[in-house]
Design a binder for this molecule. Structure first.
Ligand SMILES: [Fe+2]
Length: 191
C-alpha cells in the first residue's frame, strides 16, 4: 500500500502485531514510528468529525482504538490557545501531528525525589511540531511535557499509548511551587 492510503485499521493491525513480538523499546519506537509516519501522512486517515473540538469546548479527544494489549489510539484536537500544563504519562507514547502545529515543552526532574508530593522541574527543550512530525514519550526517562497551541486554528494529532489512559494514575506538576498533583481520568479527555 502507499503512504497516502495507509489507514487507521492497517495501523492498528501493524501495531498489534508489533506488540505481540514484545519488542524492546528501541524496536518499538523504530518500527512504531515508521507506521505512525505513514498514518499521519495520509490526509484521509482521521475522519472529519474527529478533526474539530468537541461541542462547546476548545479541545477534543476521540477514541480510535483500545486493544486488549493496552494499545490505545486517540485523536486529540487542540483549539486556538489551548494549553495543558506539565504532566506525565507512565506509559510509552508516540504523538504525530496531522494538521497545523503544536508547541511541546519538555521538562526534566532535577530534585532527588526524596520529598513526597514535591518535584523540581527544569525546562529541557521547547519544540514546534508540524504535520508529519512525531514526538515520543519514554516512561520515567523523558515523559513530562506541556502542550500549547499558539496558533489561531485547531491542531489535530494522533496519540498512541501503551496503556489505556483511563484509570491510569498520573501526575500534574506545578512549576512554581513544585507541588505534584496525582490525577486519573475516566474519559478520553486527557493526553
Ligand atoms: Fe501528555
Amino acid at each position: 500500500m502507499t503512504t497516502a492510503t495507509y489507514t487507521i485499521d492497517e495501523f492498528v493491525h501493524d501495531m498489534e502485531a508489533l506488540l505481540r513480538d514484545q519488542p524492546d523499546q528501541g524496536k518499538l519506537f523504530d518500527t512504531g514510528t515508521s507506521y505512525l509516519d505513514k498514518l499521519i501522512r495520509n490526509p484521509d486517515a482521521v475522519p472529519a468529525e474527529f478533526r474539530v473540538p468537541a461541542a462547546g469546548a476548545n479541545h477534543g479527544t476521540y477514541l480510535l482504538h483500545q486493544g486488549s494489549s493496552g494499545l490505545s489510539i486517540t485523536t486529540v484536537v487542540w483549539g486556538p490557545g489551548d494549553h495543558v500544563g506539565p504532566h506525565d504519562h507512565h506509559t510509552w507514547g508516540m504523538i504525530g501531528v496531522v494538521e497545523n502545529t503544536l508547541t511541546e515543552t519538555r521538562f526534566r526532574r532535577v530534585d532527588d525525589q526524596s520529598k513526597e508530593g514535591f518535584a523540581r522541574l527544569e525546562q529541557d527543550r521547547k519544540s514546534e511540531f508540524k504535520p508529519g512530525e512525531i514526538t515520543l514519550l519514554i516512561p520515567d526517562v523523558d515523559e513530562i511535557h506541556q502542550m500549547d497551541n499558539f496558533t489561531g486554528r485547531p491542531t489535530v494529532e494522533i496519540h498512541v499509548y501503551g496503556q489505556d489512559l483511563r484509570g491510569l494514575g498520573r501526575c500534574r506538576y506545578n512549576l512554581e511551587t513544585g507541588a505534584i498533583s496525582p490525577f486519573m481520568t475516566r474519559k478520553y479527555d486527557n493526553c
